[in-house]
Design a protein around this ligand. Structure first.
Ligand SMILES: NC(=O)c1ccc[n+]([C@@H]2O[C@H](COP(=O)([O-])OP(=O)(O)OC[C@H]3O[C@@H](n4cnc5c(N)ncnc54)[C@H](OP(=O)(O)O)[C@@H]3O)[C@@H](O)[C@H]2O)c1
Length: 335
């Protein structure tokens, strides 16, 4: 076997507040062997997600936290360059948990071979990956939007939020997005076809919600939490649905948030609230990807990607998610 030097990023210590440089460490390891049933992958793109901040913490969460000293867990897309499993051969494209590293050795059973490789390859981590699928099942399965209803999306210009809004438009809803810059508001309305956008850093949120959702909110797709959630609860209709996808405004907090103001509206308006994790739908991902692909081909769904070059850029890039400077699905090209 040709010797491969694997460059990796490992978790050095658990972040306090924003992720800092010293929380991660670069290292190198030679790949000596591929065990039976496994393959060696040259990673192409690895995902950088808000959930990295959760995984790096020791909070009670939906998976085990990343262990100190371990390679940072991450979804990725890569090319098989060595195989000791009959189901995969060199040249095959696979997705799966590949980690923040240039190469991965994985059991073939843990991987998802890609039969129809899309163009660009990176879309396997964006619209045809975690974020597209999250938007699809969260909105359609949990939000159950009906034509004519009003759908509000927070984090609306991001990877998940922008796809949520466009699917809601396909389903005949009125769609309002909340985001953090005037440029993103412009994308929402003029590129992604939202009916209205609210710039939460500049506008008075309660007033803007009343103005843009005069008939109330029927589905609220929540990516952010905090003040946006608290104000939105006051505008939600009876028997509306709150899809709890993410709470990014909480991820860097150094103490527990004090609770949600206007929580009583869940009772008063009989709001259905459900959290979910996209992996709950793993067996149904192909269904979502088939429909997303048809919408992309018909020009009904557009998506943005923010790709940084090289493993070395990841520690600096991850905080773009928390200061809002990412333009679309954030990932790194590592080979
Ligand atoms: N449940 C699941 O299975 C699942 C799967 C994937 C993602 N998620 C969640 O979905 C959400 C979006 O993830 P993504 O990958 O699509 O990221 P993204 O939206 O592309 O990027 C994150 C965005 O969040 C906004 N943001 C950051 N801090 C904020 C704050 N304090 N207040 C308001 N907005 C803030 C920023 O946009 P602005 O410029 O608008 O502030 C930033 O660009 C996250 O909460 C993530 O955890 C959940």
């Amino acid at each position: 076997m040709q010797k491969v030097l694997n460059k990796q990023i490992v978790l050095e210590k658990r972040p306090v507040g924003k992720i800092a440089d010293g929380d991660m460490r670069f290292c190198e390891q030679a790949v000596e062997d591929i065990p039976d049933g496994a393959v060696l992958i040259q990673n192409q793109y690895v995902s950088i997600d808000p959930t990295h901040r959760i995984w790096m913490s020791s909070m009670r969460q939906y998976m085990d936290p990343i262990e100190l000293g371990a390679v940072i867990r991450a979804l990725g897309v890569g090319k098989v360059i060595g195989s000791k499993d009959s189901s995969l051969k060199a040249g095959d494209i696979v997705t799966g948990e590949l980690g923040w590293q240039t190469h991965s050795v994985r059991n073939a059973k843990e991987l998802f071979p890609v039969k129809m490789v899309p163009e660009p390859l990176s879309s396997l981590l964006s619209v045809y990956g975690l974020t597209g699928v999250t938007a699809y099942f969260g909105l359609l399965d949990i939000g159950e939007p009906k034509a004519g209803e009003t759908v509000l999306v927070s984090g609306a210009a991001g990877a998940v939020g922008s796809v949520v809004g466009q699917i809601a438009k396909i389903k005949g809803c009125k769609v309002v997005g909340v985001c953090g810059s005037d440029e993103k508001c412009d994308w929402l309305v003029n590129e992604f076809g939202f009916d209205a956008a609210i710039q939460y850093k500049r506008q008075n949120i309660p007033e803007a919600l009343k103005e843009s959702c005069p008939e109330g909110i029927d589905v609220y797709f929540e990516n952010v939490g905090g003040a946006i959630l608290e104000h939105s609860l006051m505008q939600m209709n009876q028997f509306s649905r709150l899809v709890l996808c993410g709470l990014i405004s909480n991820y860097n907090l150094t103490s527990a948030p004090e609770g949600v103001k206007n929580f009583a509206q869940i009772l008063m308006q009989r709001i259905k609230v459900q959290g979910f994790i996209a992996s709950d739908y793993l067996s149904r991902w192909p269904e979502a990807i088939a429909e997303l692909s048809s919408w992309v081909q018909q020009g009904k769904i557009k998506y943005k990607e923010d790709i940084v070059e090289g493993l070395s850029q990841i520690p600096a890039a991850v905080n773009k998610l928390f200061d809002g400077t990412n333009s679309g699905k954030l990932m790194a090209k590592v080979n």
